[in-house]
Design a protein around this ligand. Structure first.
Ligand code: 5GP
Length: 138
């Protein structure tokens, strides 16, 4: 199946749909997950039209993981969380729901269980103060 240019992350990248942005550079964009499974749940996407991580060039993967490391460090510092989980799903069978490659950055605490997908949609007003703490730690 070819890349679907109507997927929600493609629309966010084209600024047709808003997001609460944390970081952007030439090749990548990081923003708050609209349905966070924990506070601080952040997504990092490549700007290249890649459905899965395997569709990126080696340079594209390098840019994606570089930004993921940078933003994950800021999540850890800014939100003062003891652990950070990075998750990356490829294909519906792996649980991928948006067909544009991405990393999840998930703050973790001892003894707090986590399921990858959240259940409640959050407003930009709720996400913005969390994003500001991450941005300030970049
Ligand atoms: P996947 O299951 O593909 O690994 O994860 C997709 C993630 O994108 C989910 O955690 C979901 O909450 C998030 N998501 C879906 N639609 C939107 C949206 O419109 N805006 C934002 N910021 N996140 C979204």
């Amino acid at each position: 199946m070819p890349y679907d240019h109507t997927n929600i992350f493609a629309k966010i990248l084209r600024q047709e749909v808003p997001c609460v942005k944390v970081y952007e550079d030439e090749h990548t964009l990081a923003f708050m997950d609209i349905m966070p499974s924990v506070e601080g749940h952040t997504l990092v996407v490549p700007k290249a039209p890649a459905k899965e991580i395997f569709d990126l060039s080696a340079d594209g993967v390098a840019a994606l993981i570089r930004t993921t490391q940078k933003v994950a460090k800021a999540v850890r510092r800014g939100l003062e969380c003891p652990g950070v989980m990075l998750v990356q799903l490829n294909g519906p069978a792996a649980g991928q729901s948006v067909p544009h490659a991405h990393f999840h950055i998930l703050p973790r605490e001892d003894g707090v269980d986590l399921s990858l997908h959240g259940r409640a949609m959050r407003s930009p007003e709720e996400l913005e103060p969390v994003a500001a703490r991450i941005r300030a730690a970049l």
